[in-house]
Design a protein around this ligand. Structure first.
Ligand code: NAD
Length: 325
C-alpha cells in the first residue's frame, strides 16, 4: 500500500491517454478506487478496457476546462494524479493558446477543484523539456531553466509553478515528475509512431526531421509508472521533484536503425536537415536520475527493448493510426 495514498478515491485526469491508462491499471491492481476523467481528445476508450471491467473504476467523459463540473467530480476524493495535457510538443507554434489552455489553465482548474474539495495531494506529469537546451548532462533537477524553447515546456513549467504556489499558500503536497520521452504498449504519439506510420505507407523511404543526430533518452511506460508509485511512497517533502529517465540515450539515426532492423527494411533516409527537428526541439535530452535511483528505483527496460516493444505494439494495433494524426 502506498502510505501517501489513503483508501479514499483517487482522481486520474487524462486516464484514457497512453501513460494515464497504465497508471489506472496499476492503481486498480493495488486495490484502490479510481475516478478517471478524460475527454478522449487524444485518449482512447480501448485503453480502459481492463479498467471498465473493475467496479472500483468510475469514468467521467468530461473536459477539464469545465471547472464547475470538475469541482463536482472531485467531491469525496483524496488525491489527484494530473496526467492530462496537450502532449504534442511539435505543433505548439501552430496554436500557442492550446498549450496555455490545456496545460496551464487546466492545471489551475485542477488545483481550484482540489481546493474547493479540500484535497491536498497532487501528482503532476511535467517534462524534461523544461530545461530548454541545457549545457549540463545528465541534467539534474536543480539545474536552472532560464530560457524556454517550446510552448509546451513553458506551459508545463507554469503548471509546476502554480502547483508549488498552491503548496505554499494552502498546504498542498506535490510530486512533480519530469519525464524523458516514454515508449511501450499503448504508445500513440512520438517519433517511433511517426516512423512506423511512414514505413507502413512507403517502406522504401523515410522522411526524418532534422539531421538525425538529435540525442534523446527514452523510458518504458512500465518503468515510468513504477518510478512514480515508488517516489510517492518514499518521498515526504511538501514539494518533491524528480527526473525520470534511463542512464542511456540514442540519436535518431540509431533509433531508425533499431526500427528498420526489426522490421527488416532498408529505406532511404531523407533528412530535412538542421540540429532540431522542429522549433522547440531540444537537440539533446538526457536527465540525471540519481535522485530517484537513490530511493531504490531503476528501470528494467533498455531503450532498444522499449523501441522494439513499441513497434510490436503498433504492428498489432494498427487501429491506433486511424484515431490520431
Ligand atoms: N509521452 C511522453 O513521452 C511524455 C513525456 C513527458 C511528459 N509527458 C506528460 O505525461 C502526461 C501523459 O502523456 P501521454 O503521453 O499519456 O499523452 P496522451 O495524449 O496520450 O494523454 C493525455 C490524455 O489527456 C486527455 N485530455 C487532454 N486534454 C483534456 C481535457 N481538456 N479534458 C479532459 N481530458 C483531456 C486526452 O484525451 C488523453 O487521454 C502528459 O501530461 C504529458 O505532457 C508525456
Amino acid at each position: 500500500m502506498i502510505s501517501n495514498i489513503n483508501k479514499k478515491k483517487i482522481i486520474v485526469t487524462g486516464c484514457a491517454g497512453f501513460i494515464g491508462s497504465h497508471l489506472v491499471d496499476k492503481l486498480l491492481a493495488i486495490n484502490l478506487h479510481v475516478i478517471g476523467i478524460d475527454n478522449y481528445s487524444t485518449g482512447n476508450k480501448k485503453f480502459l478496457n481492463k479498467a471498465f471491467k473493475n467496479n472500483k473504476f468510475k469514468f467521467f467523459k468530461s473536459d477539464l476546462k469545465n471547472l464547475v463540473k470538475l469541482k463536482k467530480i472531485f467531491k469525496g476524493s483524496s488525491m489527484v494524479f494530473h496526467f492530462s495535457a496537450n502532449a504534442d510538443v511539435r505543433f505548439g507554434i501552430k496554436h500557442p493558446r492550446k498549450d496555455l489552455e490545456e496545460n496551464t489553465i487546466v492545471t489551475y482548474n485542477v488545483l481550484e477543484a482540489m481546493r474547493k474539495n479540500r484535497i491536498s495531494k497532487i501528482v503532476f506529469c511535467s517534462t524534461g523539456s523544461v530545461y530548454g537546451e541545457p549545457n549540463k548532462f545528465p541534467t539534474p533537477e536543480n539545474y536552472s531553466f532560464p530560457i524556454q524553447t517550446s510552448f509546451y515546456a513553458a506551459s508545463k513549467l507554469a503548471g509546476e509553478s502554480l502547483i508549488q504556489a498552491y503548496c505554499e499558500a494552502y498546504g498542498f503536497k506535490t510530486w512533480i515528475f519530469r519525464f524523458v520521452s516514454i515508449l511501450g504498449n499503448r504508445y500513440s504519439h512520438g517519433h517511433v509512431y511517426d516512423f512506423y506510420k511512414q514505413l507502413m505507407k512507403h517502406p522504401n523511404y523515410l522522411n526524418c526531421l532534422g539531421d538525425g543526430n538529435q540525442r534523446k533518452s527514452y523510458l518504458n511506460v512500465n518503468d515510468c509508472i513504477n518510478a512514480i508509485i515508488l517516489a510517492i511512497k518514499r518521498s515526504k517533502k511538501k514539494v518533491n521533484i524528480f527526473n525520470i529517465g534511463t542512464n542511456e540515450y540514442v540519436n535518431v539515426k540509431q533509433s531508425i536503425n533499431v526500427i528498420c532492423k526489426y522490421l527488416k527494411l532498408k529505406p532511404k533516409i531523407i533528412f530535412t536537415g538542421g540540429k532540431r527537428g522542429w522549433v522547440g526541439d531540444s537537440p539533446f535530452i538526457f536527465l540525471s536520475t540519481k535522485k530517484i535511483r537513490l530511493l531504490g528505483w531503476k528501470p528494467k527496460f533498455t531503450i532498444k527493448e522499449s523501441i522494439i516493444q513499441t513497434i510490436i505494439y503498433l504492428k498489432n494495433n494498427k487501429w491506433i493510426f486511424k484515431k490520431r494524426k
